[in-house]
Design a protein around this ligand. Structure first.
Ligand SMILES: *[C@@H]1O[C@H](CO)[C@@H](O)[C@H](O)[C@H]1NC(C)=O
Ligand SMILES: *[C@@H]1O[C@H](CO)[C@@H](O)[C@H](O)[C@H]1NC(C)=O
Ligand SMILES: *[C@@H]1O[C@H](CO)[C@@H](O)[C@H](O)[C@H]1NC(C)=O
Ligand SMILES: *[C@@H]1O[C@H](CO)[C@@H](O)[C@H](O)[C@H]1NC(C)=O
Ligand SMILES: *[C@@H]1O[C@H](CO)[C@@H](O)[C@H](O)[C@H]1NC(C)=O
Ligand SMILES: *[C@@H]1O[C@H](CO)[C@@H](O)[C@H](O)[C@H]1NC(C)=O
Length: 444
């Protein structure tokens, strides 16, 4: 990327020089000849002056254009002085976002990472008091925007019970954020208070948002993982906020795998699906199906928007398929860090190494390195085929866009030597010719 940038700059400089050269030549070709006689010096000076003025204004135009381009480049590459980066990992439930979030959470002392802060907002919006609020996505966005600026006041309003003097024992999944459990945010435990969400490897006092905010302000990089943002376009106002350098990574996963994972994790919400699987038949039309179909469509609409690279998202959007990670976790992480413009740290590298080649305890023995792409394909052997058909029906265009292959029979589904993943690269490069051609992939 850097190479390309310098190449582009060198080229612009070259073109400018050639242009200046030819302009100067034109000016001197025109005027020195006239200088010797006839024309009064005053007039000659005036003409010359005008010519130089024209030249200057032309050069000015080139330079200001250059400057504009440079400013845009600066914005894109963030050589804006501060070097702060703001990363939103946007996903849906059960698509591997906790795992991928760790790639950032484990980055080290320059990273401030928050895990699902919008959980509180969602809970409020589901309550009778919140149900009246019609502009859900703008509430989410406003809280996120404040959090990226280390302002917790927006979030505090939604925490129940309300924090006292900006201190709470109830921040959802505090323990999933290294930044909220590290010094100095981890305060000594003075007296025992019941904490709903503990730090994992150490005991900390209740969370003091004032301290969290101070720590946040001292960091250079910010990452928030959220499954709550549904529509990419609702983020436009904060992507364009000049105080931030926002990048969005949309993480997606095969909807068939997501269904299986949800049926296990949120079992009681999926009774209908389980019944369909048992009966071996599905109703023509059902509210649950409509919901699943809508979810898939939302995913696709956001992905299409991001991949179409509108100017406000240029170089700020990256689409990652969860399935592409287990095969090459280190390369994928590296690619994400490159996109974010954040140096890939040795701590993050170590974490990934440890957690993608995990050993598994098997009756007292440790098996050899587990093949994590095999793990991510396990759903193929547990999903009833009829549900595969339902999902393919409900999510067809989304699956096509994202490169998930349809299967027509159970043998194909369970044949390990057949991959259900199309080789597909979703470029985030500044070279538009590398962008995915939506015409070829979208549509029914
Ligand atoms: C015109 O230019 C000449 C030198 O090129 C200079 O000596 C002269 O003073 C100028 N005249 C005016 C009126 O600016
Ligand atoms: C970054 O650039 C924008 C627009 O060019 C500017 O408004 C903002 O103050 C800059 N931020 C910093 C930290 O310099
Ligand atoms: C929705 O919530 C936002 C943020 O808390 C608030 O500013 C707005 O007034 C609410 N709107 C309604 C209609 O309750
Ligand atoms: C929270 O931390 C701030 C900053 O260190 C401190 O001034 C404040 O007293 C703390 N709040 C409580 C309730 O301990
Ligand atoms: C893991 O399994 C997949 C599919 O079975 C295979 O393509 C891949 O090469 C395996 N990787 C390793 C490291 O064994
Ligand atoms: C699995 O697919 C491969 C490649 O299409 C085929 O050669 C093989 O016979 C299939 N295996 C079974 C058990 O159907």
């Amino acid at each position: 990327l850097r190479m390309k940038f310098w190449c582009a700059m060198a080229f612009i400089t070259f073109v400018t020089l050639v242009f200046i050269g030819s302009e100067i030549k034109m000016v001197f070709d025109k005027f020195p000849k006239k200088q010797p006689t006839n024309i009064p010096l005053d007039d000659s000076n005036a003409t010359e002056k005008m010519a130089f003025k024209r030249l200057l204004s032309k050069l000015g135009a080139i330079f200001s254009q250059d400057q504009e381009e440079e400013e845009q480049e600066d914005l894109a590459m963030n050589m804006n002085g501060s070097g702060h980066k703001h990363i939103l990992l946007m996903a849906t439930t059960r698509s591997g976002s906790s795992f991928v979030g760790e790639f950032f959470n484990q980055h080290g002392e320059n990273m401030f990472y928050l895990f699902e802060p919008l959980w509180h907002v969602k809970r409020f919006l589901l309550s009778p008091a919140g149900a009246r609020n019609t502009s859900v996505s703008s509430v989410y966005r406003d809280v996120l925007q404040k959090l990226f600026l280390c302002d917790f006041s927006g979030l505090e309003k939604f925490i129940s019970p309300p924090p006292q003097q900006h201190v709470t024992t109830d921040l959802f999944s505090r323990g999933s954020s290294v930044s909220l459990c590290d010094d100095p945010v981890c305060t000594p435990v003075i007296k025992h208070v019941y904490e709903r969400y503990h730090c994992k490897n150490r005991q900390c006092g209740p969370l003091n948002f004032t301290l969290a905010s101070e720590s946040c302000l001292s960091k250079q990089y910010y990452a928030i993982k959220s499954v709550r943002v549904i529509h990419l376009d609702t983020l436009k106002p904060f992507v364009e906020d000049p105080r931030m350098d926002v990048r969005i990574i949309q993480l997606i996963r095969d909807p068939r795998a997501v269904l299986v994972s949800r049926m296990v994790a949120f079992s009681s919400l999926y009774e209908k699906w389980k019944a369909w699987a048992q009966q071996g038949q599905v109703p023509e039309d059902d509210a649950e199906m409509k919901k699943f179909n809508k979810r898939c469509d939302h995913l696709r609409v956001s992905a299409e928007l991001g991949l179409s690279q509108p100017s406000w998202l240029k170089h700020r959007y990256m689409l990652v398929r969860y399935e592409d990670i287990p095969c090459y976790p280190m390369q994928k992480a590296e690619e994400m860090y490159k996109f974010m413009g954040i140096p890939f740290s040795s701590q993050a590298r170590e974490w990934i190494l440890k957690n993608t080649h995990t050993t598994r305890k098997v009756t007292g023995l440790y098996s050899t390195q587990r093949n994590s792409s095999e793990q991510s394909e396990k759903w193929r052997f547990s999903i009833p085929f009829i549900l595969v058909q339902v999902v393919q029906e409900l999510c067809g265009p989304t699956m096509k866009l994202l490169g998930y292959k349809f299967v027509e029979d159970k043998n194909t589904l369970t044949n390990k030597s057949i991959s259900l993943l199309e080789d597909k690269v979703f470029y985030w490069s500044r070279d538009p010719s590398l962008a995915v051609n939506l015409q070829n992939t979208a549509g029914k």
